[in-house]
Ligand binder design. Structure first.
Ligand code: CDP
Ligand code: MG
Length: 643
């Protein structure tokens, strides 16, 4: 243990942030707002909060450090608690949606930006905190962007109160970003640059356009694997869970065939929706003489430091949520990264020693990438975040102090959606209705929150809570590449003719009845971690319902009531079958199909609702449920009258 501590201390002291320690403390002591820029791995996230704490700048209140991703918040809190030699949840803790690991003595609180925004609903002045660090600011997530305005207003208000209250310091930390924009937003506040630790990286472009980037990635990994020393890790950037799992499987299969010709290899997938325990595996060391290969989404771009990476293979692609303000549709789509993202990815190869980056696109293609990533707030559906802002008492959304404004059209669209959900009303100003206030209490998408409120009046709250919980976690089932048919056959018995939502409900019911039995899960290809997580989410949502004094009712097996409730939240995601056998969304007449993973894939129900649209080769509806058109109309006549 002592040895471990010693090596931890040594590692800490070798970080670029350590050399700048005194300067950082002085800088922040003097300023109300500060910006710190430093390359990934320089010690911003893990060290800076500790320096401030050790220098007692926190004035005995809490230091909040926000992260765009839950996995980063959890893994970093874990690391910092080791460095501070305390149990996680004591001095150092984390708070992410549905998982709170903090206590009354927590002073260094790592949390997702979404959770801090949620806390601001109850206390817009964030009085619990003396320092708020908005970390990974370059990611420009929608929650961090809104927090910029919220903390800025809180700081101003707290200073003007001029009481003996603890003052609020704001620190913005980031890898690379448009610093001028940030600095001018915070009243020309000074910027502190940490000396980076970046070794030279050899760049290789693809000589020609690659139409199949995941195949190109596979080929490149094995070119490197056959030549490089086994202690040199490879980090591959792809776009999403399915693609990553498939590639991991292929790498694994090929490496087995190569046994004897190349060193053994350990390959790990890494994406945001994995259970944290699984994600943490990528940080653990592999046996000596074995190569580590990580196939990741952009989650590995900046917020996580993985040791021993010498090679980066970059597809140049990223899965992004795009929103079309004129159609009002949210769409998941694989698109090109920005040049800034590509540079970040490349940088991951040179953190500890010189490295190489293989870009699976041509130099001409790179030149055509957009220079910076568009802030999420300018490309996403705003209804969720507007509901929270309204709950905080911010009613003049258009004139809110955004660092980069969303388009007026997207604000209008989001308010329209909230209006159809019954969450807002317009008198002399826009405000939440009683329903809207209740909806804001749930850490959920407004549509899901609405479904819960409808369920209370339809006597099926228990069932709806299960479905909403399932939709809030990653997939309950898994389909190993080689045993796909077997998996589908094993789960046939859960299938409902009424669609996926009902099928999921059957799976969770059976999981609960089997008491999470491992053998049962294996035989039915049910992901027990995700199913357990769904039960935990359910427990917490049930707690919120209890606080609101709701009656817990069950519809027994009346699936009509359950589906009617779902329509109450999802009526904007409805589609009808046309005479040619295609589906058209009711909102914008967009052509779409039922996703192959759906239990309704080969069926042609006349009317359906869906959870989300995914654009791949075609536009697919994922998580589909059969509905009666009358229910749609009855749920929100005003919405359908307009159409
Ligand atoms: O925030 P920034 O990218 O500047 O660096 P950091 O996240 O504070 O990480 C600093 C160093 O801590 C990394 O280079 C890793 O060596 C180490 N670290 C780790 O070993 N395990 C973690 N979960 C987080 C950080
Ligand atoms: Mg960091």
């Amino acid at each position: 243990m002592n040895e471990k501590l010693h090596s931890l201390k040594k590692e800490q002291q070798e970080l670029p942030a350590y050399r700048a320690r005194k300067q950082i403390i002085q800088h922040i002591q003097r300023l109300r707002t500060a910006i710190i820029i430093g390359e990934t791995g320089s010690g911003k996230t893990t060290q800076v909060p500790q320096y401030l704490y050790d220098a007692r700048l926190h004035q005995n209140a809490v230091i909040a450090i926000t992260q765009p991703r839950r996995v980063a918040a959890i893994s970093i809190a874990q690391r910092v608690s080791e460095e501070k030699q305390c149990n996680l949840g004591e001095l150092v803790g984390y708070n992410v949606r549905f998982d709170n690991m903090t206590s009354a003595c927590t002073k260094l609180k790592y949390m997702t930006d979404g959770m801090l925004l949620r806390e601001a609903i109850l206390d817009p002045l964030l009085k619990k905190y003396s320092i708020v660090i908005l970390d990974e600011a370059h990611e420009r997530t929608i929650h961090t962007d809104v927090l910029f305005g919220v903390v800025k207003a809180a700081q101003k208000k707290r200073n003007s109160l001029n009481r003996k209250d603890v003052s609020l310091k704001i620190i913005i930390m980031s890898a690379t970003m448009d610093v001028d924009n940030f600095s001018s937003y915070f009243g020309s506040c000074p910027v502190l640059y940490l000396e980076g630790r970046q070794f030279p990286i050899k760049l290789y472009y693809s000589p020609e356009h690659q139409s199949d980037y995941s195949f190109a990635a596979l080929v490149t990994v094995f070119q490197i694997h056959r030549q490089a020393s086994p202690d040199e890790g490879i980090l591959v950037f792809l776009t999403g869970q399915e693609e990553i799992e498939a590639t991991v499987k292929q790498i694994w299969d090929i490496s087995k065939e190569l046994a004897g010709e190349a060193p053994p290899l350990c390959v790990f997938p890494l994406y945001a929706s994995q259970p944290p325990i699984v994600q943490l595996r990528v940080f653990s060391p592999v046996p000596k003489g074995t190569r580590k290969v990580i196939v990741a989404t952009n989650v590995a771009e900046t917020s996580l430091t993985i040791k021993g990476i010498k090679y980066v293979v970059d597809s140049g692609m990223v899965k992004a949520k795009l929103f079309n303000p004129s159609s009002g549709l949210d769409l998941l789509k694989v698109v090109r990264t920005s040049r800034a993202q590509a540079v970040q990815r490349t940088g991951r190869a040179g953190r500890e020693s010189p490295g190489s980056c293989y870009r699976l696109y041509t130099e001409q293609e790179f030149d055509q990438f957009r220079p910076n990533t568009l802030p999420e707030i300018q490309r996403c559906n705003l209804s969720g975040v507007l509901l929270q802002m309204l709950a905080m008492g911010i009613s003049d959304i258009v004139n809110f102090d955004f660092i980069d404004k969303p388009t007026t059209q997207s604000i209008i669209n989001a308010l329209d959606q909230l209006n159809f959900l019954g969450a807002v009303e317009k008198t002399d100003k826009i405000q939440l209705t009683a329903v809207g206030k209740k909806m804001a209490a749930f850490p959920l998408d407004p549509r899901l929150a609405k479904v819960i409120l409808v369920a209370k009046d339809m006597n099926c709250l228990e069932e709806i809570l299960s479905i909403v919980s399932i939709l809030s976690v990653d997939s309950l089932v898994y389909n190993p590449q080689t045993r796909r048919e077997e998996a589908v056959a094993a789960r046939k018995k859960f299938e409902s003719a009424e669609g996926d939502f009902m099928t999921y409900l059957n799976i969770l019911r059976s999981f609960k009845a089997s008491a999470g039995n491992k053998k049962w899960c294996r035989e039915n290809f049910v992901n027990s971690k995700n199913a357990n997580m769904a039960l935990e989410v359910r427990r917490q949502l049930r707690g919120i319902c209890q606080n609101q004094g709701m009656q817990f009712t069950s519809s027994a097996r009346d699936s009509n009531a359950i589906r009617k409730c779902l329509v109450g939240g999802f009526f904007m995601n409805a589609a009808e079958l046309d005479k040619d056998g295609n589906y058209l969304t009711l909102s914008t007449r967009k052509l779409c199909s039922i996703h192959p993973s759906s239990s309704l894939f080969n069926c042609k129900p006349a009317y359906v609702i869906y959870n989300e649209l995914v654009q791949t080769t075609k536009c697919y509806m994922r998580d589909v449920c059969v509905v009666d058109p009358d229910w749609l109309y009855d749920a929100v006549p005003t919405y359908f009258k307009k159409k």
